[in-house]
Design a protein around this ligand. Structure first.
Ligand SMILES: [Zn+2]
Length: 131
């Protein structure tokens, strides 16, 4: 009686087919993950900007608004952290509150470049949408 099994050629073919599938799936998964991370980060920045605007309205005499002040004032439930996996220890947010400049929030990663300024991200997505 002849034993039925896979030949070496069949095994090599199956492994190379799996390799090709992985080559297609892995990069697109990475791009999708990056887009989701950016959206979550922008949501954090919008929440901080809204809280900062409210804080400035309630405390017009305060000089510099920080995320910590917003948490202490109860306007944010906790200090938000950027969800990017590129920065394993997370990223933090800074509020740009300078005269003659609109209020802005910046994402800074502990390692490498952060997502940047909320106003620039919004301006970039608006110009992309009008193309
Ligand atoms: Zn971020």
């Amino acid at each position: 009686m002849k034993k039925r099994g896979l030949t070496l050629t069949e095994i090599i073919f199956a492994i190379s087919l799996l390799g090709i599938l992985l080559l297609i799936i892995v990069p697109s998964y990475g791009r999708i993950r990056q887009r989701v991370e950016l959206k979550a980060c922008v949501t954090n920045m919008r929440m901080i900007l809204g809280a900062a605007q409210l804080y400035i309205l309630e405390n017009p005499e305060e000089e510099h608004v920080t995320v910590d002040k917003l948490v202490k004032a109860g306007l944010l439930p906790q200090v938000p952290v950027c969800p990017s996996l590129k920065s394993p220890k997370g990223g933090y947010y800074e509020i740009v509150d300078e005269p003659n400049r609109p209020l802005d929030v910046i994402c800074i990663h502990l390692h490498g470049k952060g997502h940047g300024s909320l106003r620039q991200i919004i301006a970039g997505s608006e110009s992309e949408g009008s193309k």
